[in-house]
Design a binder for this molecule. Sequence first.
Ligand code: AP5
Ligand code: MG
Length: 223
Amino acid sequence: MNLILIGAQGSGKGTQASILVERLGIRHLASGDIFRNAVAQGTPLGLEVKGYMERGELVPDRITIALILDLLRDPAYEKGVVLDGFPRTRDQAKALDDALPQLHRRIDRAIYLNVPREVLLDRLSGRYVCVAHQHVYNIKTKPPKTPGICDIDGSELIQRSDDTPAVIETRLQKFFEDTIQVVHYYRAQGKLLELDGNQPIEEVSRQLLLGLGLDPAQAKPGS
Ligand code: AP5
Ligand code: MG
């Protein structure tokens, strides 16, 4: 199954992607995580995208499209993928649609996590991510078992450098101006699954799995 998660900053894309990956046994490909790792490692890609990310702007399509389409050619994604944060412009969505048939793949569903703006601000101010794998926590809604430590890999939890009020404002503006076009794009294709993302994490997951025609109570593959 090939899925896309669309939603504003803080809507829960990363959170729901982790749950889908666990449940469906498919891979998670998050453009933001890839860019942040590149910045942290100081690679040529990282140096190129750092400024855009710090300002909360979109990385130009010419960089993003080439990078993600190249990664998707990896056979590791043959079984399926949850795309988190890509596509987020109409041109990115079109490029993806043009490229996937050559790989004998297609997008099955695009999931839109719809959350009101004021809730997004509150969530992002309480978010922490782990330095090793960017696992996501929240001081109010999803605290780690041990403060400051990732439950999954034991690494340190930090706040993202783009989770400052000014940068959050720019990122949200970009979503409601540009990325919302991607929602319309998949709605026109009849592939959109729109969910109320302003509910507890487990309830969003339950409705997501039901919307995909899966039984939320069933165990993950192989268990
Ligand atoms: P990216 O990393 O994708 O960031 P984003 O879009 O700003 O989204 P976030 O990661 O902030 O939010 P999320 O929806 O994953 O929410 P989360 O699950 O963490 O992109 C970063 C930057 O990279 C961009 O600004 C851009 O510069 C660049 N970029 C990336 N992709 C690009 C592309 N395709 N084109 C161009 N540039 C690109 O949840 C948020 C918080 O809420 C957490 O604390 C979580 O615990 C909590 N939470 C989640 N769900 C719930 C719930 N249901 N109830 C209560 N709390 C919840
Ligand atoms: Mg995320």
